[in-house]
Design a protein around this ligand. Structure first.
Ligand code: PGA
Length: 254
């Protein structure tokens, strides 16, 4: 069985002192567990990544970014490049999150361009896909997920999915406390993996499919008991140190 992965997405939350506290506590926890700790990626707001880098150097905890620009440099006010993220010790980048698709009008095309620049920089993309409530109710979940994957494949070719992470995040489950049922998530994860497996250039062993959407310390264990859920992407519950450690403890015991 592949090792389960926990990804924390802090979104637009936190400040210097609370992140400092969180890092201190997590550092101590890491020192107690050492090799027994499962793999963890934390995506703090980008401005705090430098602080986090000082804590996790040489440790089994990795830094993620919540966004990146598809340009490498130039007159693009307010943007952050892959190389800047690498300077901050980042190894993973979240893209295609429904909040960016919705509030920043990021199209499949923009997301594919970001995917490309992330891969070219040897960073690991965490591609979020998933349906909204109406699409779910009209039975279009699989169609939506495949369409979002296909947008990347059409621009970059199927091989691009090797060494990547896909996060299935039903939009209606994000921040709602309403997690999708584990056996239904399992079905979608299976469908995603089978779809990618059709392409001979993709090695299924080199892809992780995470679930995200109201994951917390109470549901993580049932979710991860499903065969094709390779890990979780945690938003709200990762902001609370106690909840987050509980989640890590549960995953460590699996
Ligand atoms: P949530 O967020 O855990 O708060 O639902 C997950 C996400 O948006 O990645």
């Amino acid at each position: 069985m592949k090792k389960k992965l926990i990804i924390a997405n802090w979104k637009l939350n936190g400040n210097k002192s609370c992140i400092f506290n969180f890092l201190n506590l997590l550092n101590t926890y890491h020192d107690q567990k050492k090799d027994k700790l499962c793999k963890i990626v934390i995506a703090f707001p980008v401005i705090y990544l430098y602080l986090a880098q000082q804590f996790f150097l040489k440790k089994n905890i990795f830094l993620g970014a919540q966004n990146v620009d598809f340009n490498l440099q130039g007159a693009f006010t307010g943007e952050i490049s892959v190389n800047m993220l690498k300077d901050m010790g980042v190894s993973y980048v979240i893209l295609g999150h429904s909040e960016r698709r919705r509030y920043h009008k990021e199209s499949d095309n923009i997301i594919a361009k970001k995917f490309k620049i992330i891969k070219e920089a040897n960073l690991i993309p965490i591609l979020c896909i998933g349906e909204n409530k109406e699409e779910k109710e009209s039975g279009k979940t699989q169609e939506v997920c495949i369409r979002q994957l296909q947008a990347i494949i059409s621009m970059l070719g199927p091989h691009i999915f090797n060494n990547t992470i896909i996060a299935y995040e039903p939009i209606w489950a994000i921040g709602s406390g309403d997690t999708a049922q584990p056996h239904l998530i399992q079905k979608i994860h299976r469908c995603i993996k089978s779809y990618l497996k059709k392409y001979r250039m993709i090695d299924p062993e080199k892809i992780l499919v995470q679930y995200g959407g109201s994951v917390d310390e109470n549901n993580v264990s049932v979710l991860l008991n499903e065969r094709d859920i390779d890990g979780v992407l945690v938003g709200g519950a990762s902001l609370n140190y106690k909840k987050f450690i509980k989640i890590i403890d549960i995953v460590n015991q699996l």
